[in-house]
Write a protein that binds this ligand. Structure first.
Ligand code: MSP
Length: 650
């Protein structure tokens, strides 16, 4: 019999900036459910990826003097590195710039156009010329100002394609009435029905002509397909929909759950189902809109300087500490506030005290009282039976909660068992039992029951805290017997074999000095402003390269002959640069820091063998090296004074 399938997705992330713990939260949750489903016998497909089109990406890339794809390749490598560090078990990573995605999105667009669900009309809105962006009335800042650059906007019209969303309103309402469990948590379902579907549902603008970094409308290439058809389709393009091989699509679609943040719930529960209805495809079984992680009660944002990044937390406290905290501290459907204190307190109380201590105390007792050998379980009665009952019931609660994506309560159920074990030690007082020869069987039973309960707890945490679970299996001497590590094995008590060697090993989690750690974290996450002239760059190293890798790059001294503003992009400057006997044009995103004329005559360092690219229509044949702060508050060009242009730098 073939296995039951389970298809879970994260949103595809915008690589316009570094991912923070808010993004990490979505992915960690999706990973936990994917692992849990595999663990309970499902054939799982877990999809994540990146949403790479749109004006913002184009602007960010070009400001850095890079082509869009050069910029994106770097960002995507960093995102994949992060997921690797965090041991995220995705099965597919889709990039919307991949041809497997672009080709199918064009087919979808054409199908919808041919059948009359997409039509051409005019889009009217407020236009910001420097940003080349359309805004709706409600998005504007007071005084008809652009929400991005705060400059005056003007009313404008643009030819655009529209999707007939309004046509699907009644079908959507009916669908929701018949499938009351599609949106989770339930409050979001009511929000959808009351606020959005009962409103006047407007047709949706699905193309743009004001920028060109996107998938072209196949029969009208002046237009690019605007964000939602492009982004949402990733869930089916990654399965091979409309390709020669639709086996994954047939196997996994419809998705069992799309996990998304609450602000994109509307797109996933109105626009996406309407698109699927138009394509005559089944709708996802569930869309779960989780809450936000706030910082000081506010949404994290780089510009507000209140962002917490995962890497330094992982480096200092370990992957499992972060995963545990994210899934235990916050109720998945609701907003929650991140504070360093909450984070550190969880680590100390739940991980170091409850779990870490239990494992080390137990192992130490087996080591001391029974020469590292696991004794047999000999007696029954009161405390012993109570503990066994808790241990044997835990898997049911865990499974129920995990299936509801209630990670916090799933973990709490395991911690109930862990705390019950700690209480059992206090109740049975093994340190007194050892002193009385006649209590040997009682003592053996206590040691056995503790180790077996720890095994069950460790197996149950393994989909969320894989690394910790494996360490515990090491302490319990379970190396070869995989039958002791399955989900089914948590339904039985007594599987750990007598005589197994139990090792105390190293502490699972060290107790932290909370005050000291708070100080450390506050400094780490403090907004990187010029406090007393002191700026600390957070250093995240890239992968090491060999000297041969480095030698592939060609750096030379270049003399700026002429500098001018880019005709189409405010942040870019265009330079004519002399490198020995050649002259080249280089576009650089430094207009915020330098006047183009002031650089004329100066000698800079140029990367000469980068493939030429066009940046907003201007050819760029290389890159000028600069030192800059990652928050974009300062940039400096290193100048060469006594060496002639054309000479090598290395
Ligand atoms: N590209 C779109 C999604 C398209 S899916 C077809 C997008 N990307 S995003 O990078 O801006 O956000 C991705 C996810 O990260 C969203 O689900 C969002 O809610 C989540 N988070 C970003 N910041 C967050 C917090 N501070 N807290 C929790 N999650 C948040 O939207």
């Amino acid at each position: 019999m073939s296995k039951k399938t389970f298809y879970v997705t994260t949103p595809i992330y915008y690589p316009s900036g570094r991912l923070h713990i808010g993004h990490t939260y979505t992915t960690v949750a999706a990973d936990a459910i994917a692992r849990f489903k595999r663990f309970t016998g499902y054939d799982v497909r877990f999809l994540t990826g990146t949403d790479e089109h749109g004006q913002k990406i184009q602007t960010v890339a070009n400001d850095k003097g890079l082509s869009e794809i050069e910029y994106l390749d770097g960002m995507i490598a960093d995102i994949k590195d992060l997921w690797k560090t965090m041991d995220i078990s995705y099965d597919d990573f889709i990039r919307t710039t991949q041809s497997r995605h672009k080709d199918v999105v064009q087919k979808i667009f054409k199908t919808l156009f041919d059948q009359g669900d997409i039509y051409k009309s005019e889009y009217e809105g407020w236009y910001c010329t420097p940003c080349e962006s359309f805004w709706t009335e409600t998005q504007l800042k007071e005084g008809e100002l652009c929400p991005d650059c705060s400059r005056k906007v003007t009313k404008a019209k643009e030819e655009a394609y529209f999707f007939k969303l309004s046509k699907y309103k009644d079908r959507l309402i009916k669908y929701y009435e018949e499938h009351s469990d599609i949106c989770y948590p339930k409050s979001r379902m009511n929000e959808m029905l009351n606020n959005f579907l009962n409103d006047d549902l407007q047709d949706l603008c699905v193309s743009r002509t004001s920028f060109d970094w996107g998938i072209k409308v196949p029969f009208d290439p002046k237009h690019v397909i605007y964000v939602w058809i492009d982004a949402l389709s990733n869930y089916i393009t990654s399965l091979g929909y409309l390709t020669d091989d639709e086996s994954n699509f047939n196997k996994y679609w419809p998705a069992d759950v799309h996990i998304v943040g609450k602000e994109i719930m509307r797109f996933h529960s109105i626009i996406w189902p309407a698109l699927l209805m138009a394509l005559d495809l089944p709708l996802p079984k569930k869309v779960f809109g989780h809450g936000w992680i706030l910082f000081s009660e506010d949404k994290m944002s780089k510009s507000k300087g209140n962002v917490v990044y995962p890497e330094p937390l992982i480096e200092r406290y370990g992957i499992d500490s972060l995963k545990y905290f994210l899934l235990r501290e916050f109720t998945f459907g609701q907003d929650g506030n991140y504070t360093n204190k909450n984070f550190l307190t969880r680590l100390n109380s739940d991980l170091a005290n409850d779990l870490g201590n239990l494992v080390s105390r137990t192992a130490k007792m087996v080591e001391k009282y029974n020469d590292k050998n696991l004794p047999a379980n000999k007696v029954s009665g009161s405390f012993h039976d109570e503990l066994k009952e808790v241990a044997l019931n835990t898997h049911k609660d865990v499974e129920n909660y995990m299936n509801e994506l209630d990670f916090s309560n799933a973990l709490e159920s395991i911690w109930k068992l862990i705390r019950r074990c700690n209480k059992y030690i206090d109740e049975t007082t093994p340190w007194l039992l050892i002193k009385d020869e006649s209590k040997k069987d009682e003592l053996d039973t206590v040691l056995y029951n503790l180790c077996e309960s720890i095994r069950i707890a460790a197996v149950l945490i393994s989909p969320i805290m894989n690394e910790t679970a494996n360490k515990i299996f090491g302490h319990l001497g379970i190396t070869d017997d995989k039958d002791l590590l399955t989900f089914d094995s948590t339904k039985e008590f007594g599987l750990l074999k007598e005589g197994t060697i139990i090792e105390k090993g190293q502490n699972l989690f060290n107790r932290l000095d909370i005050e000291k750690e708070i100080e450390f974290l506050e400094e780490l996450f403090a907004p990187k402003e010029e406090d007393n002239g002191e700026y600390k760059e957070e250093i995240v190293h890239k992968e090491q390269v060999t000297i041969d890798d480095f030698a592939k790059l060609e750096f030379r001294v270049g003399k700026v002959l002429e500098g001018k503003k880019h005709p189409k992009a405010d942040k870019l400057l265009v330079f004519k640069i002399k490198v020995g006997n050649e002259e080249r044009q280089i576009v650089s995103g430094i207009s915020k820091f330098y006047d183009p004329k002031e650089l004329e005559g100066k000698k800079v360092i140029v990367v000469c063998n980068l493939k030429p690219v066009k940046l907003r229509g201007e050819l760029s044949e290389g890159m000028i090296l600069a030192a800059f702060r990652s928050d974009d508050s300062k940039l400096e060009l290193p100048f060469v004074t006594d060496i002639e242009d054309g000479c090598t730098v290395g």
